[in-house]
Design a protein. Structure first.
Length: 498
């Protein structure tokens, strides 16, 4: 018997046959992330643990037979983090979806790592709280452990910063089978009220992408539910000077902590978004690319969308809105009402009634066709947005994409601009997949050659970039950590810098 067969047999005895599956159709479903344009191989089996103890059993068996483990929570990650390159066992944590503790006094919630954002939101919203950061378009499927492992920046709540500001502690099964608890609760039985009063290892697992261990529990700091939300959009001129002015305005708004979310839309993106998606609310029907006219493009230049919140009162939100309007006007921005930002379902946390928010990819033609989507996300200083805006349209054109199925944008955070470029394609068409591959390789090269940019996630797609450009001393010490936590190299091998 091969090692994998022995491991599957041992796990079936210890966990039960129903939670260790090797059917071809199940293995195929776990071959990659949900939106991958580059199909990889399949795992040899899929395991569904329901507790930290069962994950520990799984890791010990995998070590005994030297079988790779690929942890998955939602299978959504556009950076090929979850691809299965050489078989092994996919670990689906979605059965681990219970609330362990909800501490209203200390404003924390501890959950199993397979709990989705939408489930989390439902658990805390009735208590007057909310998650402060979560990703767009994925609330129904992305899980708590996956968000931490990817160090999600979120989209809703982008000005609240990435996950490390809101994660207070973790429970992790390391690659050697040990269980590690981080955060204040590790010390003398204290509750989850802090994370930093002693040297803390929580941050080591942020963006680890499953390379050091399997996160089984996460403690989040909760925010108070907002009392009032205001949407406002500001139009800046279509030229480069207009974009520089927009960046300056966004930087000032950021420094004064006036908005909960800030987004940049390029003029082509405004037109693409408007024609494809806003129209779909009133005129549902098949998408017709020839309907793209000049109206939207002529009306809008570079657009800054702002979501303004207050946890205290409508009056406080109105005061913030007034100040945002003054800042944008001072930088040459024209207030155009809530032309775009009010389609973002912020009032329900961005989740929608069933966890599948009315996101553009689910509306209009994308909800009724074979079209899939792929993207790249980068972090860079605010003023890098100008060069990013120069790069994107020619690369879309060079790869052969119709402007109607691609756009670029930016989400502003407390630290940087998160630059995003998207393409939509027919995933059933090999020529379309090749077009996506060509575009992806071109934009990675151009962005990293011409921008002071970092990848939001490394995964496998950007692993070579990370290994070539990261400080060698840093890589050396991270390699030592990897050896200590995962001596046999079974944890998501080949991902990130590990």
């Amino acid at each position: 018997m091969r090692g994998i067969e022995k491991a599957v047999s041992a796990l079936s005895r210890q966990l039960g046959h129903g939670r260790v599956r090797s059917d071809d159709y199940i293995r195929a479903a776990y071959s990659c992330e949900g939106m991958a344009a580059f199909p990889p191989g399949m795992p040899d089996a899929v395991v569904y643990p329901v507790s930290t103890e069962e994950v520990q059993t799984l890791v010990r068996v995998a070590n005994e037979y030297r079988v790779p483990l690929i942890p998955m929570g939602g299978r959504i990650a556009a950076f090929r983090m979850l691809e299965v390159e050489r078989g092994g066992i996919a670990v689906d944590l979605c059965e681990m979806n219970q609330v362990i503790d909800l501490d209203e006094e200390n404003q924390s919630i501890t959950v199993q790592a397979g709990m989705t954002d939408f489930m989390l939101d439902q658990a805390i919203r009735a208590k007057g709280f909310r998650l402060m950061v979560h990703p767009i378009g994925q609330a129904a499927v992305v899980c708590a452990g996956a968000e931490v492992a990817k160090h999600s920046l979120g989209i809703y709540g982008s000005m609240n910063g990435p996950q490390d500001r809101w994660v207070m502690g973790l429970k992790v099964v390391l690659g050697n089978g040990d269980v590690l608890q981080t955060g204040a609760s590790r010390v003398l039985g204290a509750p989850h009220f802090s994370r930093h009063h002693l040297p803390d290892l929580t941050g080591l697992f942020m963006a680890s992408e499953g390379g050091l261990g399997i996160i089984t529990e996460v403690t989040f700091r909760m925010g108070k539910l907002q009392e009032s939300i205001v949407f406002a959009d500001f139009n800046f001129s279509q030229d480069e000077e207009g974009l520089r002015s927009l960046c300056s305005a966004a930087n000032e708004i950021r420094s004064k902590e006036l908005v909960q979310q800030g987004l940049f839309w390029s003029p082509p993106s405004c037109q693409s978004w408007y024609e494809r998606n806003l129209r779909a609310y009133e005129e549902p029907g098949p998408y017709d690319p020839t309907s793209l006219g000049d109206t939207t493009y002529d009306r809008y230049g570079h657009l800054l969308s702002a979501v303004i919140e207050s946890v205290s009162s409508h009056e406080d939100a109105a005061l913030k809105e007034t100040e945002v309007k003054k800042i944008c006007a001072r930088h040459g921005g024209e207030y155009v009402g809530a032309s775009f930002s009010d389609v973002l379902p912020m009032d329900d946390g961005g989740y929608g009634k069933d966890g599948r928010e009315p996101h553009p990819y689910l509306m209009g033609e994308f909800g009724r066709s074979k079209l899939n989507w792929h993207y790249i996300w980068l972090q860079a200083p605010y003023d890098s947005l100008v060069e990013f805006d120069r790069l994107c349209p020619p690369l879309f054109e060079k790869a052969g994409f119709n402007p109607a199925v691609c756009y670029h944008a930016a989400y502003f955070t407390p630290y940087s601009a998160s630059l995003a470029a998207y393409v939509h394609y027919d995933a059933s068409d090999p020529a379309e997949r090749e077009r996506v591959r060509t575009w992806y390789e071109m934009i990675i090269k151009d962005c990293f050659d011409k921008l002071p940019a970092l990848p939001v996630n490394t995964g496998r797609a950007l692993r070579d970039y990370a290994l070539k450009r990261a400080d060698p001393e840093y890589l050396k010490y991270m390699g030592e950590v990897k050896k200590m936590f995962d001596p046999n190299g079974i944890m998501n091998p080949g991902v990130s810098i590990f």
